[in-house]
Design a protein around this ligand. Structure first.
Ligand code: SF4
Ligand code: SF4
Ligand SMILES: [Zn+2]
Length: 274
């Protein structure tokens, strides 16, 4: 397998992966979406809510706020030694909020959630939770836990994770008269005409839509769009809960673990049959 980093920042990771089949890349994507854990608010004790929004709507909104996650310090509740339904310091983080609109109507933002662990806080301060009219009050205690995306989307560490084939565009110079039809029709501005020649300007942006080939008046076509065998562009965007490279390495570890479990399951089955 060959991996090239095409783009990387605090939130995004884009890789070119060569030498693996689609089942592997898809398994990796599914691991990221459904198995890599992150923190989210899972339970809310409403102490006072005089706003016009129902308790359960506020609880739902709180659950969807991405929280910075520390995977090394916390356990999944089902794997924690406490075995308590309330959790312990190793599997639960308490966040509190007490906001009153004393002066007049005001919004309530995620920055107003106070966490007992300064590392486990909302990824953004500016997520609106509710709006309070004068003298309304919101007082609550919220409990965040690690969880997995397969149980609820609030525990997905990514807002996007996808893969696509690595495009391959071939232009036959003898047949192409540089009429420019393919350049004009391309919605992603992949192609450009320079010095009476058509060239590929931004291959990565190609979506394989085939519009360029269909617009070519030549017969046979002077442009052909396909994809490389066993080469993929793999992109992921973190919600901010975890760094994107950590999400990927966790997914690889989990896939490896599940394959080992599968392998030992097959061995047990075989020895039972023998
Ligand atoms: S296949 Fe679509 S996106 Fe790709 S170059 Fe052709 S028109 Fe553009
Ligand atoms: S539409 Fe066909 S002939 Fe015209 S520039 Fe594109 S590839 Fe060449
Ligand atoms: Zn615990």
């Amino acid at each position: 397998m060959e991996i090239k980093v095409l783009e990387k920042d605090g939130q995004n990771l884009r890789l070119l992966i060569r030498g693996v089949g689609i089942p592997y890349v898809n398994a990796l994507r599914r691991m990221i979406i459904s198995e890599v854990p992150c923190m989210a608010i899972d339970e809310v004790v409403m102490l006072e809510n005089s706003s016009v929004i129902q308790d359960e709507t506020i609880a739902h909104r709180l659950g969807l706020i991405p929280l910075r996650t520390d995977l090394d310090s916390y356990n999944l509740p089902e794997e924690c030694e406490c075995k308590s339904e309330f959790g312990c310091n190793l599997c639960r983080v308490t966040l509190t909020m007490d906001v009153e609109a004393k002066e007049g109507t005001r919004p309530v933002y995620s920055s107003e959630l106070a966490s007992e662990n300064k590392e486990i806080i909302p990824v953004s301060d500016k997520i609106p939770i509710a709006k309070l009219a004068k003298q309304q009050r919101l007082k609550l205690e919220a409990y965040a836990r690690l969880g997995k995306g397969k149980n609820h989307a609030k525990w997905q560490p990514v807002s996007m994770c996808s893969h696509k084939y690595y495009p391959k565009i071939e232009i036959a110079p003898r047949r192409c008269d540089a009429c420019g039809k393919c350049v004009e029709i391309c919605p992603r501005k992949v192609l450009a005409r320079t010095d009476n020649k058509i060239e590929v300007r931004d291959l990565m942006a190609c979506t394989l839509c085939q519009d360029c080939a269909e617009s070519c008046p030549k017969d046979p076509k002077a442009i052909e769009v396909g994809w490389e065998d066993k080469a993929f562009i793999f992109s992921l965007e973190s919600t901010g809960a975890l760094p994107p490279e950590r999400i990927l390495t966790e997914a690889v570890k989990m896939l490896d673990k599940q394959l080992k479990e599968f392998e030992s399951g097959v061995k047990v089955k075989k020895s039972e049959e023998a």
